[in-house]
Design a protein around this ligand. Structure first.
Ligand SMILES: NC(=O)c1ccc[n+]([C@@H]2O[C@H](COP(=O)([O-])OP(=O)(O)OC[C@H]3O[C@@H](n4cnc5c(N)ncnc54)[C@H](O)[C@@H]3O)[C@@H](O)[C@H]2O)c1
Length: 268
């Protein structure tokens, strides 16, 4: 679809991949609503991005809460009118802890942001896109972790949440076949972002901010050494929207990922 002049909402847009997606969409000529739980950071990011010919605004959202998603959508429509593109991107880590030791609040947190955040986006952003009858697109951020559980990383809860995002996206693509709304599932490999410190944004109703410095050190080191620039991921998303590409892999070898997902490596 043609992105120029369309309106997009991006969740988790204050940092990392969401910021990269918002930047690429703004550069492609979209009106961009940058939505994030970190109010000050997202306002700063939107201010930095808004320049000549860029129509960008910031809104606070907590994707775990339906009312907050509805309020952000209302604000997006108030400012820009019709919504065309929704990037359900906000996500948090749950790495370095064995399943049996993950506290209840952290299960709620990873499921709340990574799965419910996407479900709320499907339940509310999608009808807003469908109602005007113009072209539209939904992008859900999964991960290569949505196809494989890497041994030794103890990232089972995170991986589970990303398998769910892949599955929701596949089902959505089936349901929207033949409509004017496309679907992409974004599956990045390592990207150099702030995700290792994701528990800093644990909402108060899920136990509040948390430092898991020892748990997520390994992840931080891996991303700092092998992670790609989030702006490259943003460009991949713009390309996937323009070309209606469903599986949008970035910095991962799709054939390897899919082979792992079919169980060849699981039986070892
Ligand atoms: N960094 C990687 O290597 C990588 C790889 C594959 C997939 N991903 C996925 O990419 C997405 C973005 O992560 P990132 O790496 O850019 O991390 P990041 O921490 O840099 O950015 C995530 C953003 O989401 C926001 N957020 C967290 N909880 C929220 C909530 N409840 N409501 C609204 N916003 C919230 C944060 O404030 C932050 O700005 C996530 O879904 C993540 O799982 C990341």
């Amino acid at each position: 679809m043609d992105i120029s002049g369309k309106t997009a909402i991006v969740t988790g847009a204050a940092s990392g991949i969401g910021l990269g997606i918002a930047t690429a969409l703004a550069e492609a000529g979209a009106n961009v609503v940058m939505a994030d739980i970190q109010k000050d950071e997202v306002e700063r990011a939107a201010h930095a991005l808004s320049g000549t010919n860029k129509r960008v605004t910031a809104v606070r959202i907590d994707v775990t809460q339906e009312q907050s998603v509805l309020a952000a959508l209302a604000e997006a429509e108030r400012q820009f009118g019709k919504l065309h593109i929704a990037c359900n991107n906000a996500g948090v880590p749950m790495h370095g802890t064995r399943l049996v030791d993950v506290p209840r609040e952290d299960w709620d947190f990873v499921i709340g942001v990574n799965i419910w955040g996407v479900i709320h986006g499907i339940r509310h952003f999608l009808p807003a896109i469908l109602k005007h009858g113009e072209d539209g697109h939904i992008v859900n951020t999964a991960s290569v972790a949505g196809f494989q559980n890497r041994r030794g990383t103890d990232q089972g809860p995170y991986s589970m949440s990303k398998y769910a995002v892949v599955s929701l996206s596949e089902a959505l693509e089936h349901e929207l076949e033949g409509s004017k709304v496309g679907v992409s599932v974004l599956c990045p490999g390592p990207v150099n972002t702030n995700i290792p410190r994701g528990a800093r944004n644990r909402p108060d109703h899920m136990g509040g901010p948390q430092l898991r410095s020892t748990n997520e050190t390994v992840l931080a080191q891996r991303l700092a050494t092998t992670g790609i620039d989030p702006n490259r991921v943003g460009e991949r998303v713009v390309d996937a929207i323009r070309t209606k590409t469903f599986y949008a892999f970035v910095s991962a070898v799709p054939a390897d990922v899919i082979k792992a997902g079919t169980g060849a490596s699981r039986r070892r």
